[in-house]
Design a protein around this ligand. Structure first.
Ligand SMILES: [Mn+2]
Length: 426
């Protein structure tokens, strides 16, 4: 472990969301007060302070995106989302599709896993969001040569089973727009990776504001897309609590178009009994140390995978807990596939989930990290390979879970209680 991450973990826990407690380049209150209010409205202003709400270089980015779309007029593109797409990914992809449509570019939005969170299912159903599930098997039956390029949104490909198949088929990489920390180097025609922005939906809203698509409140699809983007920003910022100026400005712009009742309907989606059961297990099994709550929930079905982040969301609400990690073994009977899936949620602004997860679990033998994150949230997936399956043997299944449970706890607790380790920090 490097001393830098130790420092991060050892910083005193601060409650609340005061701007000065952030290490994420937030603006201090003093700076905000000095800002003439007009500068926030007048985007053409020469005032250097303006760069805080409209990021430097946005115009160049927008021009580059326009040129890329122009070059690929009338082509077909494949928009690949993470396997378990969230509202941020779904709404951003839809926005890209609508923008590209103006250049007669037809986009298919695909993901390999499932929409397991009830809110995501509600979002897709209620807005008519055009995302399709393509499993690895389905993808193999598709003629991928019709696609002249692929687009990664809210991911850089590390969380998609589809990407290797699409790459094998020789489809070139065209676009990456994401707000997670930079992962691999993929050569693309248009790249916009901004880890300081809380949601990819914020980036896409900025594209809309910059004129890439003129929203019209009388067009139902625009209203629904704006609603989806609003949901995307809210869900990636803990209902705006972790939002920064850029996210608020984007939400402010969307407020002119979105449908509050529709958003409310999406948020009213109820939890299934199986999800409740996983949350119950997480409460029973949790271990709290140094304000970290850690819970293994055992085996769960592939379709219930999203119960894990929901359980983490719940555990982090406990008094004196700032960070929750929940994990379990997700198994897909059809594909004899087993993978350890985990989620981290934190209210602690000085804890960087990306760094924490990379530090805790390291990399596989191909140098790929088992997970990563963004401010406030992170996740990991550890394939079980040779140990997959054969769970009809209850004793074996139990032993297997215990081994993984113990190993994950060991790796996490090493970071949670750094003083228990014989690590020299100078
Ligand atoms: Mn996101």
């Amino acid at each position: 472990m490097d001393s830098n991450s130790l420092k991060l973990l050892e910083m005193p826990s601060k409650k609340g969301f005061t701007p000065s407690s952030s290490t994420q380049g937030q603006i201090s209150q003093a700076e905000l007060i000095q800002e003439p209010p007009l500068a926030l409205v007048n985007r053409e202003s020469e005032n250097p302070g303006i760069q805080r709400c409209i990021p430097t270089g946005l115009n160049q980015k927008v021009e580059a995106l326009q040129q890329m779309l122009e070059r690929h007029r009338q082509e077909r593109q494949l928009v690949i989302l993470q396997d378990f797409p969230d509202p941020d990914a779904l709404s951003s992809a839809w926005t890209y599709q609508l923008i590209a449509q103006q250049y007669d570019i037809q986009c298919d939005i695909v993901y390999a896993g499932t929409l397991s969170h009830q809110e995501n299912i509600a979002l897709v159903k209620l807005t008519g969001l055009p995302a399709q599930r393509w499993t690895a098997q389905t993808t193999k039956t598709k003629d991928l040569s019709v696609y002249k390029g692929y687009v990664l949104i809210d991911t850089q490909g590390t969380t998609s089973q589809l990407l290797p198949l699409v790459q094998e088929a020789g489809v070139p990489a065209l676009v990456i727009v994401d707000h997670h920390a930079k992962q691999n180097d993929i050569q693309v025609e248009f790249l916009d990776i901004r880890p300081d922005v809380r949601a990819t939906a914020t980036i896409f809203t900025q594209y809309l504001q910059a004129g890439l698509l003129t929203l019209d409140s009388s067009v139902s699809q625009h209203v629904k897309c704006a609603t989806a983007l609003m949901h995307g920003i809210r869900s990636d910022t803990m209902r705006l609590m972790q939002a920064q100026e850029e996210d608020f400005l984007a939400a402010g712009y969307l407020s002119r178009f979105y449908d509050a009742q529709l958003l409310n309907a999406v948020l009213q989606a109820t939890r299934s009994k199986r999800v409740m059961d996983v949350i119950e297990r997480s409460i029973k099994n949790r271990v709290v140390q140094n304000s970290f709550s850690i819970a293994g929930v055992g085996y769960l079905r592939y379709d219930d995978r999203d119960a894990i982040p929901q359980a983490a969301d719940f555990l982090v609400t406990e008094e004196n807990v700032h960070t929750a990690v929940v994990y379990g073994i997700v198994h897909d009977k059809d594909e004899e596939l087993e993978v350890v899936v985990g989620s981290l949620r934190t209210n602690k602004l000085t804890l960087d989930p990306d760094e924490f997860i990379k530090e805790a679990f390291g990399q596989d033998n191909q140098g790929r990290f088992f997970g990563g994150g963004r401010p406030g949230a992170g996740g990991f997936e550890i394939p079980m390979g040779f140990l997959s399956g054969d769970n009809e043997n209850a004793a074996y299944a139990k032993m297997k879970w215990e081994v993984f449970d113990t190993q994950i706890k060991q790796k996490l607790l090493r970071l949670v209680n750094p003083n228990d380790n014989l690590i020299e920090t100078e």
